[in-house]
Write a protein that binds this ligand. Structure first.
Ligand SMILES: [Zn+2]
Ligand SMILES: [Zn+2]
Length: 169
């Protein structure tokens, strides 16, 4: 994704782009259209880009394996320091930009931040009950009727504790 910056004025500039995720170099789990908002704050010495990317993702829940869609709202900032020559820095979010540069390429940053946004543990909802380890039923749809004691060690521990307490009385 190359952004033309030659026409930016000093101060705040707001740009909006839309298109298909493929144009950003994104593929699964991302799909469909994206909306990209960039606010540029330009001064004589630097260009600060505050970026918001809205994109859809299709996930499979780690617990119940249901497929679900998730609207991702991804925010990051990039800082470009004007210099005679463009060169690399240690911080991936800080770049040097030649004063003559007329565009910036944010493809790598978009790609990295988009995939970083994918949760480590993907859940259709925080309280997803998952699948019954015995019969495979989706427990979000209701109780399958399998006895829980047999496969839930915590449960049986609690029962043992209850029995002990009852015996003490
Ligand atoms: Zn789930
Ligand atoms: Zn079951």
């Amino acid at each position: 994704m190359k952004i033309k910056i030659s026409g930016l004025e000093l101060g705040t500039n707001e740009l909006e782009f839309t298109g298909k995720v493929e144009e950003l170099g994104l593929d699964a789990p991302f799909y469909g259209n994206f909306k990209l908002n960039i606010t540029f704050e330009k001064s004589h010495h630097q260009l600060l880009a505050t970026i918001n990317l809205q994109v859809n993702a299709s996930f499979e829940c780690d617990r119940c394996i249901a497929e679900f869609n998730s609207q991702r709202d991804i925010n990051f900032t990039l800082l470009y320091l004007f210099d005679e020559e463009s060169r690399e820095t240690d911080d991936p979010d800080v770049n040097y930009l030649s004063r003559e540069a007329d565009k910036i390429d944010i493809s790598t940053e978009i790609y990295d931040y988009a995939y970083l946004d994918i949760p480590f543990k993907i859940l259709c909802k925080e309280e997803c009950k998952g699948l019954c380890p015995k019969c495979g039923a989706d427990l979000n749809q209701g109780d399958c009727g399998c006895p829980k004691e047999e496969f839930n060690p915590l449960w049986s521990d609690l029962e043992k504790l209850r029995d002990e307490l009852e015996n003490e009385e």
